[in-house]
Design a binder for this molecule. Structure first.
Ligand code: MN
Length: 222
């Protein structure tokens, strides 16, 4: 009897493990998307991003995009596509919600607890220094693109097929993969991303975000 119970729990935990593994990818589950898991506790990024912002931004805004997309997909030509394919091929409401899910998945999964003097290493560090002169010069260029984006959108660091780095401003739900680029790093400059913590001070939010970038994640994307 005990053996049977243990066997059941082994299978149950294997099933949960597989399900988590599937959820980490951005593929539909039974044609539906789920909220990607956060790789840290909601208060882990404080004081750069407070738990209240995570609760609204991740818990309410991102959840709403997931719910909207799940409601829009059935019967559409995009029903069985991966999230990236939907972003590449759709437009209108389906694109807006799919783009925002992809953008937020890349945004929330690139953070870790704050660190001072937090900079990249390895091949990415070399590429940044070659192209921008120094990490600080890159940082300044990136923050400037974020500060000067009018309205809602995202500032991105991407690489092209030759490995050249590009900083781009994308409006609303746009993602650089639609330009054939591979997205590496992104700062969300929609007001919902920073208003609770920084109010109208977008530049201050952009300057603080460097403390919580998990450069290992960015280097893996590169
Ligand atoms: Mn957002």
């Amino acid at each position: 009897m005990l053996k049977a119970v243990l066997l059941f729990f082994n299978f149950a935990s294997l099933f949960i493990h597989l399900k988590k593994k599937i959820m980490k990818q951005t593929m539909p589950i039974n044609g539906k998307f789920s909220l990607a898991e956060l790789p840290y506790a909601p208060d882990a990024l404080e004081p750069v991003i407070n738990a209240e912002t995570i609760n609204y931004h991740y818990g309410k805004h991102l959840q709403a995009y997931v719910n909207n997309l799940n409601a829009l997909l059935p019967g559409s030509p995009f029903e069985n596509l991966s999230l990236e394919e939907i972003v590449r091929k759709s437009n209108g409401a389906i694109f807006n919600n799919a783009g925002q899910i992809l953008n937020h998945n890349l945004y929330f999964s690139q953070f870790a607890a704050p660190k001072e003097n937090n900079t990249p290493s390895g091949r990415l560090e070399t590429a940044i220094k070659q192209q921008y002169g120094s990490f600080n010069a890159f940082r300044e260029a990136f923050e400037n693109k974020g500060s000067t984006l009018f309205g809602s959108g995202w500032v991105w660091l991407s690489r092209d097929q030759a490995g050249t780095l590009k900083i781009t401003q994308e409006h609303n739900a746009e993602n650089p993969l639609k330009k054939g680029l591979t997205p590496l790093l992104t700062f969300d400059v929609w007001e919902h991303a920073y208003y609770l913590d920084y109010q109208n001070r977008r530049a201050a939010y952009l300057a603080e975000l460097w403390k919580i970038i998990d450069w290992e994640v960015i280097e893996q994307r590169y």
